[in-house]
Design a protein around this ligand. Structure first.
Ligand code: ADP
Ligand code: MG
Ligand code: ZN
Length: 486
C-alpha cells in the first residue's frame, strides 16, 4: 500500500491599502491604541452601508494575474454568516461563488502547484483573552481591514514543499506591494489541510491552525503526516477536524471536529453591487505587475554573473536588491571613468557583491536592511569596491574601511586620507621589528605556540594587525612571525 501526504493551503494576507475594505477608517495594522480606527460601518451598526475599496479589489486582481489566474469578468461579494464576538455584524463579507480570481498556478522548484482561487474579504476584530482580569477584550482596529484569501489545490506533498510555496508567495506579495505579508505580525496567516492518500485514493483531511512562522508550518505538517500515517497503519480512522499547533510541545491537538463545523448560509451580499471588469481594466492591471522574483533571479544572474546563492540573497530582500542594483550602476560608471576594462569591471562587481552580502550586511548585526539602517550610500559603496579593485587592500583593511564608512557616513577616499589607510607597510626590516616587538610582549603565547597550539600564531598575527592598524598583509605578517619564532 502506497501512502502519500496530500496538502492544500489556505493563505490569508492583509492588504496594504490606506483605508479599510468597506469604510474610510485608517488601515493601520501597527496601531497600538485599541479601538482607535473604528466607525459605525466597521462596528456593524444597524443602518450603515458598506462601500467597496477599489484599491483592494485591484490589488487582488493584480495578485491573481501574477499567479497566472483568470479574472472573473463578473464577481461579487457574499455574506458568510456566523456568530463570534470578533465579528460585529454577525456575518463576514467575503466571496463564495464568484471570487475575483480563479484557476492559476505557481511553480516551486520544478513542481507546479495549482491555485484554486484568490478572493477578497474583510478581516475580523482581534480578541485579547486576559487571564489576569478574567475577561476577554475586543479591539476593532483590525475589523474590516481588507483580507485576501488564496486557496491552493491539494498539490503539495510535504512540509518542506508547503514552506517553500508559502515563502515564495510571501515574496510575490511583497514584490507586488499588496501586503507586508509578515507572519510574525500576523498579517500573513497560513492554514494547511493535510490528509494521507492510500494507493492514490484521497483520505480524510485535517486542518491545522495557529501557525505563526514558516518554520512551524513545516514542523506542524511533518508531525501531522506522521501522526496520520501511524494511525492508518494501526487501522484507526482519521476524523475530519481542525487541529491546533503547539509550538512548544511540537504537537498538534484536536480543536473541533466536523460535527461542530459551521453552516455559513452564504448568500449574495445585498448591500453591494456585483463587480464587472472590462478587458481594458484588466490589461492595465497586467501592466502594473512588476518584475517578479523568479524573473529577477534569472536576470541578476545573467546581467551580473552572480552565483545562484548570491542572486537568491538579492532576490529575497527587496531593499537589498534595489540597493545592489543602484550601487552596481555606480560601479559601472566609475569603471568607465577610471578606464577599467570589461574584465576589470566584472571583478569590481564581484568584489562589490561579496563585500555587500557578507561584511556589509554583517554591520547591521541582524537588523533589516534599509535606507535608515544602512547609511552607506550606493555611490560610496561603489567607490569602495573600485578602491579594493585598484589598490592592493588586504581584507582586514577593507573591513576597517567599511566599518568607518558605516559609522561616519564619509566617502572612502576621505577616510583613507584621514586614517592613512593607503600607507601599507611593505619594508621587511620594519615588519621584522614589529614582529620582534610582538613576540617580546606575548611570551606566554609564544610558549603556547611552541607547544603546538595553532591559534597562538593567529593571535600574534592579530596583534600585529592591531599594532599597525592593518597596514601589513596578514599573510606576510604570518611568514615573518614564523621566521622569528623559529
Ligand atoms: P472545505 O470545504 O472543507 O473548506 P475545500 O474543498 O474548500 O474544503 O478545500 C480547502 C483546502 O483543503 C484547499 O486548499 C484544498 O486544496 C485542500 N484539500 C481539499 N481536500 C483535501 C484533502 N483530501 N487533503 C488535503 N487537502 C485537501
Ligand atoms: Mg474552505
Ligand atoms: Zn470603519
Amino acid at each position: 500500500m502506497e501512502l502519500k501526504a496530500v496538502i492544500g493551503l489556505e493563505i490569508h494576507a492583509e492588504l496594504k491599502t490606506h483605508s479599510k475594505m468597506f469604510c474610510s477608517c485608517k488601515n493601520d495594522f501597527e496601531e497600538k491604541e485599541p479601538n482607535k480606527n473604528v466607525c459605525p460601518v466597521c462596528m456593524g451598526h444597524p443602518g450603515t452601508l458598506p462601500v467597496i475599496n477599489e484599491k483592494a479589489v485591484d490589488m487582488v486582481i493584480k495578485t491573481g494575474l501574477a499567479l497566472n489566474c483568470s479574472v472573473n469578468e463578473t464577481s461579487r461579494f457574499d455574506r458568510k454568516n456566523y456568530f463570534y464576538p470578533d465579528l460585529p455584524k454577525g456575518y463576514q463579507i467575503s466571496q463564495y461563488a464568484l471570487p475575483l480570481c480563479k484557476e492559476g498556478y505557481m511553480d516551486i522548484r520544478d513542481k507546479r502547484i495549482r491555485i484554486r482561487r484568490v478572493h477578497l474579504e474583510e478581516d475580523t476584530a482581534r480578541l485579547i483573552h486576559s487571564e489576569k482580569d478574567d475577561c476577554s477584550l475586543v479591539d476593532f482596529n483590525r475589523a474590516g481591514i481588507p483580507l485576501m484569501e488564496l486557496v491552493t489545490e491539494p498539490d503539495i506533498a510535504s512540509g518542506i514543499e508547503a514552506r517553500i510555496f508559502a515563502q515564495d508567495l510571501q515574496l510575490i506579495f511583497q514584490y507586488l506591494g499588496v501586503s507586508d505579508a509578515d507572519m510574525e505580525k500576523g498579517n500573513m496567516r497560513i492554514e494547511p489541510n493535510v490528509s494521507i492518500s492510500q494507493d492514490g485514493v484521497m483520505g480524510t483531511k485535517v486542518e491545522v491552525k495557529n501557525l505563526n512562522s514558516f518554520r512551524s508550518v513545516e514542523k506542524a505538517l511533518n508531525y501531522e503526516i506522521l501522526r496520520q500515517v501511524e494511525a492508518i497503519k494501526k487501522k484507526e480512522k482519521i476524523v475530519q477536524e481542525t487541529r491546533g499547533w503547539d509550538d512548544v510541545k511540537g504537537i498538534t491537538y484536536s480543536q473541533r471536529s466536523k460535527e461542530e463545523a459551521h453552516d455559513y448560509r452564504y448568500f449574495p451580499e445585498p448591500d453591494l453591487p456585483p463587480m464587472e471588469f472590462s478587458k481594458t481594466h484588466i490589461n492595465r492591471l497586467k501592466l502594473e505587475v512588476p518584475e517578479l522574483p523568479k524573473e529577477k533571479f534569472l536576470r541578476l544572474k545573467e546581467q551580473y554573473f552572480l552565483s545562484d546563492d548570491k542572486a537568491q540573497i538579492l532576490v529575497s530582500d527587496i531593499d537589498l536588491g534595489n540597493y545592489f542594483e543602484a550601487m552596481i550602476s555606480e560601479v559601472i560608471h566609475w569603471s568607465g571613468a577610471s578606464k577599467i576594462d570589461k574584465e576589470g569591471t566584472r571583478k569590481a562587481i564581484q568584489i562589490a557583491i561579496n563585500y555587500l552580502t557578507s561584511d556589509g550586511v554583517g554591520l547591521l548585526k541582524g537588523k533589516d536592511f534599509n535606507k535608515e539602517s544602512f547609511p552607506i550610500t550606493p555611490e560610496n559603496f561603489a567607490e569602495f569596491a573600485i578602491i579594493l579593485f585598484e589598490k592592493n587592500f588586504n581584507s582586514k583593511m577593507a573591513k576597517t574601511l567599511l566599518e568607518k564608512m558605516f559609522v561616519t557616513k564619509k566617502d572612502p577616499s576621505e577616510i583613507i586620507e584621514e586614517e592613512g589607510l593607503n600607507e601599507t607597510i611593505e619594508d621587511e626590516g620594519e615588519i621584522d621589528k614589529i614582529a620582534q616587538k610582538i613576540i617580546e610582549e606575548n611570551k606566554s603565547v609564544v610558549e603556547d605556540y611552541k607547544k603546538g597550539k595553532q591559534n597562538a600564531l593567529q593571535f600574534l598575527i592579530g596583534q600585529i594587525m592591531k599594532e599597525t592598524k592593518g597596514k601589513i598583509d596578514p599573510k606576510i605578517a604570518g611568514q615573518i612571525l614564523q621566521k622569528w619564532l623559529k
